[in-house]
Design a protein around this ligand. Structure first.
Ligand code: MLT
Ligand code: MN
Ligand code: ZN
Length: 305
């Protein structure tokens, strides 16, 4: 399978429009070695023809312009996007649906019932799109049965529930339900190779560890380096876990978990917040990741599995 990173940043992108932190300022002024990043999304394909987009970011039009495989190539109105998979109902993962409203067919969207409810009630994108291209909702099971996407027979998808956070507008924000957030294992039947994608992940429960342990490649939550990053910088009042993200450093952090994976597992961080020191390619934190064979996703990264 082919994985193309459309957007590697967390909500807000990098640099964030209103942020003057060392990273955002350093990138604008050219004083640090770092690259711009759009908001959280990947595209995945078995054959390079039909693509599944995981999460639709507010930056999706820019991401499509930068990736010819998603552009119209066969008919007057056309797209390489065969279907959309949503891992949660957060703004940075769903707002791009509005940008796809010119679609000549209803958008085929796979998400859980909980995510569908948030996208019909709290943030009624699905209802608004009924006035444009419409949406065909496909229920994403989280009972381990997995799912298939018509026309993409070579790939098998299996979602697991995660502890992260429903969006601030959701009635589930402080009252979590299984299905508010998922991680997804994608398996290529032809090669038996698997990837695990979980850009929002606050707790590595045993079933999540099992999914990570079984994958050839993991793309996991790279939002924050430290648990109190936002508080220390004076840009927020909540810890990483309180907003649904396991930090990389410290006891029980993401690095500790990734270091326990088999040596041959490809390990990548994705959904990186603009405050995270790993964005500075010359930082000590980035060097620590490199020493541990952990990669930092950048926009446009191609992974062949
Ligand atoms: C998150 O990942 O915590 C959210 O997407 C933040 C946001 O709403 O931008
Ligand atoms: Mn996010
Ligand atoms: Zn910043």
């Amino acid at each position: 399978m082919k994985i193309h990173v459309l957007g590697s940043a967390a909500g807000g992108g990098f640099p964030q429009w209103n942020c003057n932190c060392a990273n955002c300022d350093g990138l604008r002024s050219g004083t640090i070695r770092a690259s711009r990043r759009t908001q959280s999304s990947i595209a995945l394909s078995a054959d390079g023809g039909d693509w599944i987009v995981f999460n639709t970011s507010p930056d999706i039009l820019q991401q499509i312009r930068a990736f010819p495989a998603l552009q119209p190539g066969r008919r007057l109105r056309d797209t390489g996007i065969r279907a959309i998979v949503l891992i949660d109902a957060q703004i940075d993962h769903t707002t791009g649906l509005y940008m796809l409203r010119e679609s000549s067919k209803p958008l085929d969207i796979w998400c859980t019932e909980q995510v569908r409810d948030d996208l019909r009630n709290g943030n009624p994108i699905f209802d608004i799109l009924e006035h444009y291209c419409k949406v065909t909702w496909h229920v994403m099971p989280i009972d381990g049965s997995g799912f298939e996407i018509e026309g993409i027979g070579d790939l098998h998808f299996a979602a697991v529930p995660l502890r992260s956070k429903a969006p601030p507008y959701s009635p589930h924000r402080e009252n979590p339900h299984p299905g508010d957030n998922v991680g997804i294992t994608i398996r290529d039947r032809r090669t038996a190779r698997t990837a695990f994608y979980a850009p929002g992940l606050a707790d590595i429960e045993p079933h999540v560890w099992h999914a990570m342990r079984s994958a050839d490649c993991v793309l996991v939550d790279g939002t924050f380096w430290t648990h109190d990053e936002m508080i220390r910088l004076g840009v927020g009042t909540k810890t990483a876990v309180e907003i649904g993200h396991l930090p990389q450093s410290g006891p029980g952090g993401m690095i500790e978990h990734l270091s326990r994976l088999p040596a041959q597992t490809r390990k990548l961080l994705i959904h990186i917040n603009n405050t995270n020191p790993i964005l500075d390619e010359d930082s000590l934190q980035r060097a620590e990741l490199t020493a541990r064979n952990i990669e930092v996703c950048h926009d446009g990264l191609d992974i062949q599995l």
